[in-house]
Design a protein. Structure first.
Length: 259
């Protein structure tokens, strides 16, 4: 699968997707948005893929909507958001596999929220996150108003989204938005090591965990306990669960197949 504006490679169970419009800080034009959807569909369907790693080419992760394209040809913003950004967020949350964002530089607007809707975010020391929507009079999209209050609380989400200031990787880590920071030249090695490790883990168990966490964002305790009961039943019937228990009892390292 090849795209002009998106790198896509599968190796060792990891699908690496690289946003590839470096001259424009990988801002989203329509083509890159559609291609990212196609790549995510492929990750969803292909059993060879057990972890997805999303990053950017060049010095930026993603600068959000391509503003040149925005001024030249978007008539209906609602339709644009619904067909371009919303499916990307839905697909990332629906893939029953871990999705890691490796933020290699600036992540602005939809680019920042693209990272925040992934399961785990790692960042280079020089990465910056900006809810830059307000700087051009827009509101946060790409799931920002959903995830940010849940991730950092209402008041911090208000500061980030209303002021539109740059946030360093260190500040993002302090807020719990970033899991690990790597030295600039080490990001991809560190992110790939994590992705390969996760690709060897019980993929069904991770997928069902993700599903349970998704549900928890809107559920009552009773509803969530029911979700845990049902999904645990599914996890308990995977061969990885049998392998995990056998390996423990036999005092050996488990070999998980993601099934
Ligand atoms: O329409 C809809 O569907 C609504 C949905 C909106 C979703 C959104 O994401 S809205 C938010 C859009 N993004 C922005 O407002 C961010 C705009 N960019 C910036 O503020 C800055 O570029 C950054 C803070 C991200 C980085 O600054 P800096 O100084 O490191 O880089 P730069 O020099 O500004 O940018 C480098 C090049 O990338 C430059 O091109 P040039 O002059 O070298 O030819 C710049 O124009 C280009 N670029 C950066 N961001 C965008 C962009 N080109 C098009 N669209 C961009 N978003």
């Amino acid at each position: 699968m090849t795209f002009e504006d998106l790198g896509f490679e599968i190796a060792d169970g990891v699908a690496t997707i690289t946003l590839n419009r470096p001259d424009k800080l990988n801002s989203f034009n329509n083509s890159m948005g559609a291609n990212l959807q196609t790549a995510l569909d492929h990750c969803m369907e292909n059993d060879e893929v057990r972890c997805v790693l999303l990053t950017g080419a060049g010095r930026g992760f993603c600068a959000g909507q391509d503003l040149e394209e925005a001024v030249s040809g978007i008539s209906e913003i609602e339709e644009h958001v619904e067909t371009k950004y919303n499916p990307i967020v839905r697909k990332i949350r629906a893939i029953e596999k871990p999705v890691i964002a490796a933020v290699n530089g600036v992540a602005a607007g939809a680019g920042a929220n693209l990272a925040f809707c992934c399961d785990i975010v790692v960042a280079a020391e020089n990465a910056k996150f900006i809810q830059s929507f307000i700087n051009i009079g827009l509101i946060p999209d790409t799931g920002g108003t959903y995830f940010l209050p849940r991730l950092v609380g209402l008041h911090r989400a208000s500061v980030l989204t209303m002021l539109g200031e740059k946030m360093s990787a260190e500040e993002a880590k302090d807020l719990g938005l970033v899991y690990k920071i790597f030295a600039d030249g080490e990001l991809m090695n560190g992110a790939m090591e994590l992705a390969k490790r996760m690709a060897q883990m019980p993929t069904r168990g991770i997928g069902l965990t993700k599903k349970a966490l998704n549900y928890s964002l809107g559920n009552t305790l009773d509803e969530q306990l029911a979700v845990e009961r049902d999904l645990q039943g599914m996890a308990g019937r995977t061969s990885d669960n049998t392998e995990g228990i056998n390996a423990f009892l036999e005092k050996r390292k488990p070999v998980f197949k993601g099934e």
